[in-house]
Ligand binder design. Structure first.
Ligand code: 3PG
Length: 301
């Protein structure tokens, strides 16, 4: 079997080595397409592969259609909104993700962003501390669990609003609505996956009564933000900050909000050696399991 790793944003070399080792030990061939600039390169590379490993790379209907031999695509990561699941299903392709494997990396970056912003972007001006602050988590999954653990280490009070309430046993306090979370908390970390239902769900109505001086951190997806609504709020409320590792569509308007907005130059929450190794090797192992035993534990379509 031929396994393609197609990553516009490459894994750390040590992770690629691990993926190669796992793939070749299973008797399969590994091919690499990294830092490609044109979709045509991806379309050509997928033509004769049986399995595909990607990160945020777009696997749309055209890619699925071009991959005539494809049996399985694994998104080495959590969010699989980059894969056209209907097209995969229509072509008999199994789609999987590797939940939890890169979560700690994203959680750690959140605190990096928070300390940077709360210490006046390292300008030397007096900043604020995390200790004693209320942290609100919107949607409680694998990353949120790590965020809550780290926040407790900083001495923060942790609250969450999520469809599943399984966080209470982890010492995280529930609130009654997403709106209440924004009203109550000093820092709100967004962890909502991008789906048709959640698109632009972080809107003006939800944020209207946000707590004075609150900081919103988005390491989830830009699609969940109603950028117009957030910009309107930030124009009216000069006390609000927005931090993210995903470049917004209205990047110029956000950049103009000097001292209240920061985005990393590239999406980098999951960009650590550890996360690359964990997610990349998990993807390779899931492919081996699929070809050897038909295992589809992590199937999402
Ligand atoms: C994920 O969904 O796993 C994260 O957003 C990481 O995405 P990346 O693999 O493109 O860094």
């Amino acid at each position: 079997m031929k396994v393609l790793v197609a990553t516009d944003k490459p894994f750390a070399p040590v992770a690629v080595e691990g993926i190669r080792k796992e793939t070749e030990a299973a008797g399969n061939e590994l091919v690499l397409l990294e830092k490609y600039t044109e979709k045509a390169q991806l379309l050509e590379a997928v033509a004769d592969v049986d399995a595909l490993i990607v990160r945020s790379d777009k696997v749309d209907a055209e890619v699925i259609e071009a991959a005539k031999q494809l049996k399985i695509v694994v998104r080495a990561g959590a969010g699989y909104d980059n894969i056209d699941l209907a097209a995969a299903t229509a072509h008999g392709v199994v789609a999987e993700n590797t939940p939890g494997q890169n979560s700690n990396a994203v959680a750690e970056l959140i605190f990096g962003l928070l300390i940077y912003a709360n210490r006046a972007f390292f300008s030397g001006k007096a900043g604020t501390e995390l200790k004693g602050k209320k942290l609100g988590i919107l949607s409680y999954g694998n990353i949120a669990r790590h965020v809550a653990r780290i926040a407790k280490g900083f001495g923060m009070e942790v609250y969450a609003y999520s469809r599943k309430q399984d966080f209470v046993k982890e010492g995280v306090q529930p609130v009654g609505s997403a709106k209440e979370l924004f009203e109550k908390c000093d820092i709100i970390s967004l962890h909502t996956p991008a789906t048709p239902e959640t698109k632009k769900s972080i809107n003006y109505d939800l944020l209207e009564n946000i707590k004075k001086g609150a900081v919103i951190v988005n390491t989830a997806r830009k699609e969940i933000i109603d950028e117009e609504g957030l910009l309107r709020l930030m124009a009216e409320r000069t006390d609000i900050k927005y931090l993210t590792d995903i470049t917004p569509d209205a990047v110029d308007a956000f950049t103009a909000l000097e001292g209240r907005y920061y985005a990393t130059p590239k999406k980098m929450g999951a960009q650590t050696q550890e996360a690359n190794i964990n997610a990349g090797i998990a993807a390779a192992e899931q492919i081996t399991a699929f070809f050897t035993t038909g295992d589809t534990t992590f199937k999402v379509n």
